[in-house]
Design a protein around this ligand. Sequence first.
Ligand code: 5FU
Length: 260
Amino acid sequence: VSFSQKTYAARGQEHEHPLAKQLFANMERKKSNLSVAADVATKAELLLLADKVGPYICVLKTHIDIVEDFDMDLVAQLQALAEKHDFLIFEDRKFADIGNTVKLQYGGGIYRIADWAHFTNCHVIPGEGIIQGLAEVGMPKGRGLLLLAEMSSKGMLATGAYTDKNVEMAVKNEFVVGFIGSRRFTEDRDLITMTPGIGLHASGDALGQQYRTPETIVTKNGSDIIIVGRGIYGPGKDVAAEAQRYRDAGWAAYEKRLAK
Ligand code: 5FU
């Protein structure tokens, strides 16, 4: 049986990686495969958004370097909200340098990402050393890495042999728990796919973003988690209502897949 035909609960029970176990259990508890992409510019906005969408998400995705008044108190408050609402945190950092440099960027600097983000991600452009560098920092802390096997934007260059290389590297590196991409990539380990570029209505934006529906991505392509940003908090939107709507759509798409 393909992993996409199994329940999140069963996959959690069988998974070898404690963080993946934790994620699947969380998804089952909350009946949610929704991650919200919290691309907002201030601490207050980020905390308010996290508090509003918290009940409906399994993962909060951050771009912490967007927040103009960042401080460590933001991290403490985000962690408290993660506890309150039962979600995990994914810092969408997209590391892309040599192993030694990403180690410093991941573990240190102003943001100390490895101290609070359950998941982060990287491009494998520099070769496998990037995974090793990040693993040296993240593994002892029980973190997990996603490889950018594909992107959602128009004209993106992560295709064909490059995508295949991502899959190859993921399969043999324990620290890797999954991918950013549009589909299920392999049956080799139960690697999780998270998909950005999800929208129920819009088809894209003026800067190359392309949107697909939960049905295409989850039911048809076998991806595990939908990542939604502006579809939930765009101008004039009722954030909690939209989060609930996307949570329901994502979960319905998953149930439809199981019933296939
Ligand atoms: F890796 C990727 C990708 O391929 N596409 C993306 O859109 C990441 N993203 C992120 O997902 C992007 O940086 C935003 O944080 C989010 C999408 O936001 P939207 O408002 O739903 O378009």
